[in-house]
Design a protein around this ligand. Structure first.
Ligand SMILES: N[C@@H](CCC(=O)N[C@@H](CS)C(=O)NCC(=O)O)C(=O)O
Length: 249
């Protein structure tokens, strides 16, 4: 391919991170427009009808869902394979990715990360302490107990690294941004798998950009990332004023 793939979406989104890790593992060149979805302009609404990130644009398609994007990348660039070859394992890998996207997204992004970071810093809304406490005491342990029942003590979930390991691990970066780490004694298998995954070079190389995004006010993020040499697009779909998307509460 001559033209690099374009990815729209902030380095802080777990769904964007999933796609960037897959691109990296498959050796696919990309440029990123690291916008927070709330700041997307009208052209963003056209490429992402529910105003969510990530969006992938390449020479063939425009897609706006991380699962659909990763499956497309696997179909178009099959090597290295990131979905198990066994049909039942492949289905289970998709289920674990779906569990992560839906339930971990709900608990870790829409409650934990939202309450600790997005509400106060994007919308100027104070943290809902009761909701945060319930998330920490009930919802997160429930998610962790389920993962612990599904994950192996050693190695990757399906032998080789797959979309299931990646899809689960990406959410723990955001949990960490909200200052939550899994209890290793209570959930040893999950904690170990996440540690193994996040230590991969494909995850490691994103960390400086994540840290910079976390510490930089939204309007200055693009310039700050450019200064560090992030592989940015030349144009942006971002604007100054944030607004909620149609599915955002
Ligand atoms: N199912 C989607 C979820 C993407 C998603 O929820 N992204 C968040 C950022 S972490 C977003 O764009 N939120 C903005 C909104 O919902 O208005 C995917 O897998 O890509």
């Amino acid at each position: 391919m001559t033209t690099p793939v374009t990815i729209i979406g902030s380095y802080l989104s777990p769904y964007v991170r999933k796609v960037l890790v897959v691109l990296q593992l498959k050796g696919i060149d990309y440029r990123i427009d690291p916008i927070v979805p709330f700041t997307g302009d009208e052209r963003f609404s056209a490429v992402s009808p529910i105003r969510r990130v990530p969006v992938l644009i390449d020479d063939r398609v425009t897609l706006s869902d991380s699962t659909v994007i990763c499956q497309y990348l696997e179909d178009r660039y099959p090597s290295p394979a990131l979905y198990p070859s066994n049909v039942a394992d492949r289905a289970r890998a998709r289920w674990l990715e779906e569990f992560a996207d839906t339930r971990m997204g709900d608990v870790i992004i829409w409650r934990l990360y939202n309450e600790v970071t997005i509400n106060p810093y994007v919308w100027g809304k104070p943290t809902d302490q009761a909701l945060l406490q319930k998330t920490l005491d009930e919802d997160l342990p429930q998610v962790m107990d389920y993962l612990e029942s599904q994950l192996p003590a050693q190695g990757w979930i399906f032998g080789e690294l797959s979309i299931a390991d990646i899809g689960v691990a990406v959410f723990f970066r955001n949990a960490g941004f909200a200052r939550w780490q899994p209890d290793v004694a209570r959930w040893p298998k999950t904690a170990a798998l996440v540690q193994r995954a996040l230590a991969l070079e494909a995850f490691e190389r994103l960390k400086p950009y994540e840290h910079k995004s976390l510490r930089t006010p939204i309007p200055q993020q693009r310039a700050a990332l450019m200064e560090m040499g992030a592989p940015l697009t030349t144009e942006t779909f971002g604007t100054a004023a944030p607004r909620r998307g149609p599915m955002s509460t």
